[in-house]
Design a protein around this ligand. Structure first.
Ligand code: PHE
Length: 346
């Protein structure tokens, strides 16, 4: 083939040069530009070209060599940039994206309850989980022989390990103990919310656990009435479960309140028409409440002729169950990430 055509065909090849890595690129350089390369070979041929063609072919050859060099240099730069990019990677990082933890559903719901009541002036009060009989029962008007103090419900703490003597140190079975502490240390008006963990000696099953969480509330001032209690609880229920929610109060008994009631909300699953969750009644129970018994106020040093108050208490697990349909209580304390991850977006 004449030199001119060889130059043209190599020029076409050079314009299309491709390499996947530095080794392939070096092979191309050797193929075209090394001492034994194809372009170098054409330069050797050039020596035999007749003088009248030297000018034209010389220019073409130079152009070919320049083209090959610049194409190979451009490819080399590409590989060098990619290599620099790799150098910047932090290879000590774990290969998987770092997973963020999730809030525990009980914390989410407890905080929501706290938020709702803080909007009507309640502040948070806390107290010890290891308590004495006086604060958990005595000052709350429990008769000495009241069955709730029985070993069946309350975890008593032995003063000496292994020695079972009568003791008044126990794990609190409700956060009403925080209310007695607040009433004895603060003067009315009092408006507190007492969230916390409580303990009861129950066999663990899907529906009962030996510990769970409560939020109790206490409001003491002059002229506090049962209507105030009802209004506060209606406000809470609508905020928590939606504006359509209705409430009803059924008479009940607690030693520390008189009158006492249990409160139901219209079933938030069927809207009150009746379903398997509310056992066809359209109502679900969510809390206990009542007007603070004058005996309790007096035991805590508050004049029951001047002041009155209401109290209520609810289980956080129960509210969480209604909001998120967690059927088995045990899931709350097992820390199974597959369960907890479901609350990622909450
Ligand atoms: N302390 C009660 C319980 O643990 C709940 C309650 C609180 C009821 C305040 C009435 C008033 O069951």
């Amino acid at each position: 083939m004449a030199l001119k055509e060889n130059i043209q065909s190599l020029l076409a090849q050079v314009e299309e040069l491709k390499a996947n890595n530095a080794e392939e690129l070096e092979a191309l350089r050797i193929k075209y530009l090394s001492k034994k390369g194809e372009i170098t070979a054409l330069f050797n041929e050039f020596r035999n070209v007749p003088n009248d063609q030297k000018r034209e072919l010389g220019q073409m050859l130079n152009q070919l060599r320049q083209e090959a060099e610049s194409r190979i240099n451009a490819l080399r730069e590409q590989f060098e940039e990619a290599a620099a990019e790799t150098d910047r990677l932090d290879l000590t990082r774990t290969p998987d994206p770092i997973a963020l933890g999730t809030r525990h559903p009980l914390s989410l719901v407890r905080e929501e309850i706290e938020d709702i009541f803080s909007r009507i002036g309640f502040t948070i009060a806390q107290g010890p989980e290891v308590e004495d009989d006086k604060h958990v029962y005595g000052m709350l008007n429990f008769a000495p022989e009241h069955p709730a103090r029985d070993m069946q419900d309350t975890f008593f703490i032995e003063k000496e390990i292994g020695v079972q003597k009568p003791t008044d140190v126990l794990l609190r079975s409700h956060t009403s103990s925080v209310q007695t502490r607040v009433m004895t240390s603060q003067k009315p008006p009092i408006r507190v919310l007492c969230p916390g963990r409580v303990y009861r000696n129950e066999a663990i099953s899907a529906r009962a656990h030996c510990f769970f969480h409560q939020v109790e509330g206490l409001y003491i001032d002059k002229n506090v009435s049962f209507a105030d209690l009802r209004e506060a609880l209606l406000y809470f229920s609508k905020e928590m479960f939606g504006p359509e929610t209705k409430i009803r109060l059924r008479p009940s008994y607690f030693p520390f309140t008189e009158p006492s009631a249990e409160m139901d909300i219209s079933c938030n699953i069927c809207g009150g028409t009746g379903c398997s969750f509310c056992k066809g009644t359209g109502w679900v129970e969510i809390l206990g409440c009542g007007m603070v018994d004058p005996n309790v106020l007096e035991a805590c040093g508050i004049d029951s002729k001047e002041y009155s108050g209401f109290a209520f208490g609810m289980g956080v697990e129960r509210i969480t169950n209604l909001k998120y349909r967690v059927k088995d209580l045990r899931l709350f304390s097992e820390n199974d990430v597959r369960f907890l991850r479901q609350f990622e977006s909450c």
